[in-house]
Write a protein that binds this ligand. Structure first.
Ligand code: ACM
Ligand code: ZN
Length: 499
């Protein structure tokens, strides 16, 4: 049997005798015989049969036909001398969700660039763009109800990421029309855009615009560098929750996704222990600590989303006070898996994006491609894994060329982790296939990291590692987080709460 050249590797691939002769130019769209076959189970499943006489693609849904067409596109691209090898491919995904995150808060991308990333990811059968559009360093979506989010929250006064100082006001936001264009374009590729509005932490940009949403009243400014900042949305003021609901109501009009990501990561709670409103609510409700206040806050926002027919996703940090209802999906990225496993035990499901494997912003030296490829999320509970995600945080990814190199081929590795059954995965085959697909990606305007970098040991990969080390050498982020935690503990004790 010839090895399968497709990424992600399909469930079943059989090379048959003979070839289908391609028309000159290779365009097979008008020759393709498409069929809806209800017997093919699964929304994304398809069967592709190439014989010397015809190319037949069958699925029970138009989404399945689209996924199958991505396979055909790769086969046609790889065909030599106008001869398409005869094959029978029967295929369906391992996990329902194959997601990639683009962080447009730290650095924005042009609309064209986002559409290009969607193209590349769709070719690899990814089906979700997790769009991180709000963080300490900028708020990126047009709001008519809360215009200061744009006039104030979308701009920052220079850049200090990794100690590299750039002066001048920088930023911007996507207009509602642009957001609709991106959502529509993704939908045309059977890809859902799930926005993330991170809360109660990572909100400096929101607080710069509306400081009354904080515990202290501000003033705040949009952050110019990376890190974890102590300013949170106040969980004790009912007016803040009212604001969040009104804000989400406006955003839900733009994003039709079944789920909305509400963040919940990295929220140091020192300020909640110094806020009369937060303390009153904690005491009135007999909460043991501020983690329980975050749990209350998360539940309020999730219940609002449920009332609007949506579901929520939260980062696993949101589980520190104990389980959340199983309707809420947890995205695991870092830390003990105990709370996430308890969520699974309670019937909940998980998106898996473990930092050491799936974070695409780390140099290949730290996370070589084979490591991403080898990711096996929650192996003792595969039934609870809704999907996997690779993340492109952009503190250090300002240029579009750099975005491509960090995203590809990692998105391809993530696609195979998410789509391909474990027993059909094979890293040497994946690498061989990936190298052959690079010119196809390049023809789509996507310039992936060169193959010699993937193991992390090329001279260029080593140089990138040394740049990364220089950026993080001052240890400021780690130190700031240590201080945040120390302060939180101290204030909790003063107020008579145990952390
Ligand atoms: C995260 O990387 N802070 C979710
Ligand atoms: Zn407060």
């Amino acid at each position: 049997m010839n090895p399968c050249p497709i990424i992600p590797a399909p469930r079943s691939y059989r090379r048959c005798d003979g070839f289908f002769l391609l028309p000159s130019g290779g365009n097979v769209v008008h020759l393709l015989k498409k069929e809806i076959d209800p017997a093919i189970l699964g929304e994304e499943s398809y069967r592709l049969a190439v014989t010397p006489e015809a190319i037949r693609l069958a699925a029970s849904t138009s989404c399945g036909l689209f996924r199958g067409f991505q396979t055909l596109k790769q086969l046609v691209f790889l065909a030599k001398d106008g001869r398409l090898p005869c094959v029978v491919i029967e295929d369906s995904p391992r996990f329902a969700v194959r997601s990639f995150l683009i962080d447009s808060a730290r650095h924005m991308q042009s609309v064209d660039e986002i559409l290009r990333m969607i193209d590349g990811a769709a070719l690899l059968k990814m089906n979700r763009l997790h769009w991180h559009v709000s963080d300490d360093q900028g708020f990126r979506i047009e709001s008519e109800r809360f215009p200061l989010l744009n006039t104030v929250g979308s701009y920052r006064d220079g850049d200090t990421f990794g100690g590299e100082i750039k002066t001048g006001r920088t930023g911007g936001y996507y207009t509602k029309d642009e957001v609709r264009q991106i959502v529509r374009y993704a939908a045309s590729k059977y890809m859902e855009v799930v926005p993330e509005f991170d809360m109660p932490g990572h909100v400096s940009a929101i607080l710069a615009a509306y400081p009354e949403l904080s515990c202290r009243g501000g003033p705040y400014s949009v952050q110019t560098g990376g890190g974890i900042f102590p300013d949170l949305l106040c969980a004790g003021k009912s007016a803040v929750l009212d604001w969040i609901k009104s804000f989400l109501e406006e955003m839900l009009e733009l994003f039709p996704s079944r789920v909305i990501h509400i963040g919940g990561d990295e929220a140091p709670k020192g300020q909640w222990y110094t806020c009369e409103d937060c303390l009153r609510l904690m005491r009135d409700r007999g909460m043991k600590n501020a983690e329980e206040l975050q749990q209350y806050f998360t539940m309020e926002v999730c219940e609002y989303l449920h009332s609007k027919g949506r579901r929520a996703i939260v980062w696993n940090d949101s589980l520190k006070a104990g389980a959340l209802p199983p309707q809420i999906t947890v995205q695991y990225w870092l830390g003990s898996k105990k709370t996430t496993l308890a969520h699974i035990a309670g019937g909940g499901s998980v998106i898996a994006s473990e930092m050491g494997y799936m974070y695409a912003d780390y140099p290949f030296f730290m996370t070589p491609l084979w490591k991403t490829y080898s990711y096996d999320p929650f192996p003792s509970h595969p039934e609870a894994v809704l999907g996997v995600e690779t993340t492109l945080w952009t503190e250090y990814i300002a240029a579009e060329a750099r975005l491509h190199e960090m995203a590809f081929p990692r998105i391809a590795a993530a696609a195979e982790v998410g789509w391909t059954e474990k027993k059909h995965k094979n890293y040497p085959s994946f690498v061989r296939n990936m190298k052959r697909l690079l010119p196809l990606l390049a023809s789509m305007g996507i310039h992936a990291a060169p193959a010699e970098d993937w193991s992390g040991c090329s001279p260029r990969a080593l140089r990138e590692m040394s740049v990364f080390l220089k950026r993080t050498a001052d240890g400021k982020t780690v130190e700031r987080q240590r201080q945040n935690m120390k302060e939180e503990k101290r204030l909790a004790q003063i107020q008579g709460f145990s952390e």
